[in-house]
Ligand binder design. Structure first.
Ligand SMILES: Cc1cc2nc3c(=O)[nH]c(=O)nc-3n(C[C@H](O)[C@H](O)[C@H](O)COP(=O)(O)OP(=O)(O)OC[C@H]3O[C@@H](n4cnc5c(N)ncnc54)[C@H](O)[C@@H]3O)c2cc1C
Length: 384
């Protein structure tokens, strides 16, 4: 089931794109995602295929060679990907987030040299904000940029970098080390082959194992001035402006996981018999299915509302945080029920809901934890 509400009329191009992505995800990504979860390869192996589908260039405007998707279409695509491969959904989400930042904040040279080729697998991107000591409190980040002749030199370490293992571009938020800009941050676009850059994989993740996560270390890495994204002291603004949008993407990843769990639940409840009848006929089981259906629909509505708000230029932090908070927590509840409906069968790796249960867990942690979303929502409500 699509993220798009029944009463909404999309253009034929939008519908065709969402349908094609859904079909591709079901036919090709699902078996791969199951293999990646077992440790056999990762989504980075199929970047050329994702690029060929246009998935690496979704929101870059058509004038710069992208597909120019509206955010509601983008959210519907992330949902379709996540139904079959939550790992691919976050991979595309982060790459898209960096492209969106460059589109809005980068100078002319980055637009012509980098953004016009954004859809190519060679331009795979990662977003580096979090550090070992700076997660929810991003402003406590200590990775430092010192201004030098012709650019900046970066020293420090970023944690939890999605796409970090294979990315060419690292959009890196750094604290400026000069008296005039004390406690200010800048955003720098660092290229993978820069001297002093070291990348290590983070092993042993609970879920989304097909998406690779890295620690990125910067040892006096030089970045030229034309790779400064936004104003010199605009780094946090650049980062935070993108987080609202990317939260809609994570919410759509969560709703895709919920959708997959619900489908598995319904199907198993129809087949499995106990006490001489299919378990779906027991009210306790059908209640779990009904509650999950309602929570999935509520998630989709909140996501759609937030995405349409972004498209109208009425960017509303409250709406994006509500979508992220609700859809991610619902995905965790729905995945819990999906395992419950499957009984012991749901507790082993062979059963897809076992993986979905683990995959769902991250959605209420990254791009701002549920606790942080509640802070944002309460703060926004207090303004009225
Ligand atoms: C798989 C994965 C991929 C990721 N990808 C990226 C990426 O690509 N780029 C990137 O920059 N980051 C990424 N992250 C980092 C992610 O965004 C952070 O993990 C997240 O923001 C939480 O930060 P933390 O882990 O340091 O937890 P902490 O901030 O230490 O939080 C620990 C707990 O304290 C709570 N807490 C903290 N502050 C408050 C408060 N003020 N009020 C109430 N409760 C609070 C939190 O909600 C949480 O429950 C990724 C993380 C993971 C696990």
């Amino acid at each position: 089931m699509s993220l798009v509400p029944d009463h909404i009329t999309l253009s034929e191009d939008e519908r065709a794109l969402i349908r094609a992505v859904g079909k591709f995800a079901r036919n090709e990504l699902l078996p791969l995602d199951r293999a990646w979860d077992r440790g056999e390869g990762c989504v980075d192996d199929i970047l050329p295929k994702l690029a060929a589908m246009g998935l690496m260039n979704l929101v870059v405007p058509t004038s710069e060679g992208g597909l120019g998707c509206a955010y509601h279409t983008y959210a519907a695509i992330i949902h379709e990907l996540a139904v079959s491969s939550p790992a691919t959904a976050v991979t595309i989400g982060v790459h898209t987030q960096v492209g969106d930042i460059l589109e809005r904040f980068a100078g002319e040279s980055i637009h012509s040299e980098v953004l016009t080729h954004w859809g190519s697998a060679d331009n795979f991107a990662a977003f580096c904000l979090s550090e070992a000591g700076a997660g929810s409190d991003a402003s406590s980040a200590r990775t430092t940029a010192v201004e030098v002749d012709g650019g900046f030199r970066i020293t420090g370490e970023k944690m939890w970098v999605t796409n970090g293992l294979s990315a060419r571009w690292f959009l890196t938020i750094c604290k400026l080390d000069d008296a005039a800009n004390k406690d200010r941050f800048c955003a720098l676009l660092v290229e993978r082959d820069s001297d002093g850059l070291a990348i290590d994989e983070i092993h042993g993740k609970m879920g989304i194992r097909g998406s690779k996560t890295a620690v990125v270390n910067f040892d006096n890495v030089f970045v030229a001035t034309d790779r400064l994204i936004g104003g010199k002291d605009q780094g946090l603004e650049v980062a935070l402006s993108s987080l609202g949008k990317s939260r809609v993407g994570i919410a759509a990843q969560a709703s895709g996981i919920s959708q997959a769990c619900l489908t598995e639940m319904v199907s198993y409840a129809r087949e499995r018999e106990q006490f001489g009848q299919t378990i779906g006929k027991f009210q306790a089981v059908s209640n779990m299915i009904a509650d999950s259906g309602v929570e999935l629909e509520a998630s989709k509505s909140l996501i759609w509302r937030a995405a349409v708000g972004i498209d109208r230029g009425e960017f509303d932090r409250r709406a994006t945080s509500m979508a992220k908070l609700y859809a991610s927590e619902a995905a965790n509840r729905i995945a819990y029920r999906a395992v419950q409906v499957h009984g012991g069968t749901g507790y082993v790796q062979e059963c897809r809901v076992e993986q979905l249960y683990r995959d769902a867990r991250i959605t209420s942690i990254y791009e701002g934890t549920s606790e942080v979303q509640r802070i944002v929502i309460a703060r926004e409500l207090a303004k009225n």
